[in-house]
Ligand binder design. Structure first.
Ligand SMILES: Nc1ncnc2c1ncn2[C@@H]1O[C@H](COP(=O)(O)OP(=O)(O)O)[C@@H](O)[C@H]1O
Ligand SMILES: [Mg+2]
Length: 149
């Protein structure tokens, strides 16, 4: 099953992310892909809002994983520079730590991702418009998409 969502502006993308209510979903794994500037970090901001994170979200450029305190911890990753291998990074440990995991450029480490997860592909249509293709893997994520979209 695949879901398509058209976002008309930044706020739309943030609201969609908030609607996933990740605060109720420890170990949620969300995998984001799409070109630079397509909205991956904006989407992460919506997840952070739902979790009640006070700190502002920035792209984790200098670290692979950035941790934020919230109702559940948020683990925000950018795996672009890993070049396909996660050896020695300890990334797998975050998948079962009880927090919410958001991975930008997740396709880079595709073979290491948990089977149960939500994949979202961002496509730039014009300055403000984005198309999001959401692919849930596993019953939990299918139900979640069914509820939200
Ligand atoms: N519908 C939209 N959804 C998300 N971001 C949007 C949208 N329309 C315009 N934007 C802009 O696109 C940029 C997305 O940046 P960012 O989330 O950092 O991208 P990425 O993390 O994918 O590189 C922001 O400047 C944001 O304001
Ligand atoms: Mg980003």
């Amino acid at each position: 099953m695949e879901y398509k969502y058209t976002s008309k502006n930044e706020m739309d993308t943030i609201e969609l992310a908030q609607n996933f209510e990740s605060e109720k979903f420890p170990n949620m794994i969300i995998c984001l892909d799409g070109e630079l500037g397509s909205g991956k970090t904006v989407f992460t901001k919506g997840i952070a809002n739902a979790l009640g994170v006070k700190e502002s979200i920035t792209s984790p450029t200098f670290t692979i994983v950035k941790e934020y305190d919230g109702e559940l911890p948020l683990y925000h990753m950018d795996v672009y520079r890993l070049d396909g291998s996660i050896d020695g990074t300890g990334i797998e440990e975050y998948f079962t730590k009880g927090g919410v995991v958001v991975i930008e450029w997740a396709n880079t480490i595709k073979e290491y991702l948990p089977e149960e997860r939500l994949d979202i592909k961002f496509k730039v249509i014009d300055e403000d418009k984005r198309v999001l293709i959401l692919r849930p893997h596993g019953v939990k994520y299918e139900e979640l998409c069914e509820a939200v979209l």
